[in-house]
Design a protein around this ligand. Structure first.
Ligand code: UDP
Ligand code: MG
Length: 316
């Protein structure tokens, strides 16, 4: 049986780029259907993430133009990860495979052919991996690479250079629906579900229009979310560091006692100040990290919905 494909596309303030990229997605779906790889009734599903511009109107207009276009609207902006999740959860019961992709044309849509082929060969998850970052600015490339390295160091396992361009079968999505956490870091969570997976590489182009929504601040926030939702390694590092500082202080105490007993004690104001500043700085950082985890527990314990869909382009 030919699988029914849903392409899930999060959109936030994308009025400049959407009219350009939407026809590209439609063509891809039609081409895949014509090649007999996916069903004719496959869909391009836009998720409007509470955009403040004309994005939702554009999506509604598109859905009237061609039945392959459909859209859902989040009640407010909740971020990229929540938007993708909303689309995937919406799609999982009505399709066989989903492919999530950004709407800015940066990810090469031609990789979808290989993804679908891999699915037809029996893979349930296919990760799109960037083969090069030549088109990114130096700053973006550097921050993105540091991001993956830092995540790996901190014990959060992610597929290197894979963002949120991936194929997931509805079978995996049904299992994934049981991962109830509110702190979303999809690229780290999907590998935890398991099942047979593979990756296809593609070269990443520049954004066709509009601006990136991932400045350094959001990137750091995503890294912190990723680490704290996937791993407790930072807490262990704190413990290790605490033990190290304790041993050093113990040696310091013995040294101070001996110097005092020998009568060589000097007025060590400078060294004292340095030590106090250093240790209190370290303590504050450690408290901050622990606080970050407690914050996560707090958010999880409230069990708020991860997304709220306010509108759909079709009648229910
Ligand atoms: N996006 C979203 N909600 C947000 C921010 C971004 O749905 O709050 C979408 C955006 O429309 C795009 C994708 O997430 O389709 C990736 O964002 P962007 O291209 O700005 O990030 P970059 O590619 O620069 O990392
Ligand atoms: Mg982008």
């Amino acid at each position: 049986m030919v699988p029914r494909l849903y392409i899930v596309i999060p959109c936030y303030n994308e009025q400049e780029v959407l009219p350009i990229t939407a026809p590209m997605f439609l063509e891809k779906v039609k081409a895949l259907a014509a090649a007999g790889k996916v069903a004719e009734d496959s869909r391009v599903l836009f998720v409007n993430d509470g955009s403040k511009d004309d994005t939702w109107n554009i999506i509604k207009a598109l859905s009237k133009q061609d039945e392959h276009y459909i859209g859902i609207c989040q009640s407010r902006n909740r971020g990229h990860q929540a938007a993708v999740l909303a689309g995937l959860m919406e799609a999982k019961d009505v399709c066989d495979i989903t492919i999530s992709i950004d709407c800015d044309g940066q990810d090469d849509i031609n990789a979808m052919d290989e993804m679908v082929d891999a699915y037809l060969d029996g893979c349930e998850v296919v990760y799109g991996v960037r083969s090069s970052r030549e088109t990114d600015t130096f700053f973006k490339r550097f921050t993105a690479q540091s991001f993956y390295k830092f995540l790996a160091m901190m014990g959060a396992e992610v597929v290197y250079n894979h963002a949120d361009y991936r194929l997931i079968s509805s079978r995996v999505l049904n299992e994934f629906a049981n991962f109830k956490e509110v702190n979303l870091f999809l690229r780290g969570m999907v590998p935890l579900v398991g099942f047979k997976s593979t990756s296809v590489s593609y070269s990443r182009a520049e954004r066709i229009a509009g601006e990136s929504h991932y400045p350094l601040k959001k990137m750091i926030a995503l890294a912190v979310d990723g680490i704290t939702s996937l791993s407790v390694k930072p807490l262990r590092l704190i413990m290790g560091f605490g033990i190290f500082v304790a041993i050093v202080s113990f040696i310091g105490v013995i040294w101070a006692l001996i110097t005092a007993l020998l009568g060589h004690s000097v007025s060590g104001w400078a060294s004292m100040t340095c030590i106090i500043c250093f240790v209190s700085g370290v303590q504050l950082i450690c408290l901050g990290i622990i606080g970050e985890y407690i914050g996560k527990i707090y958010m999880e314990s409230k069990q708020r919905p991860r997304y709220i869909i306010s509108e759909r382009t079709w009648e229910e």
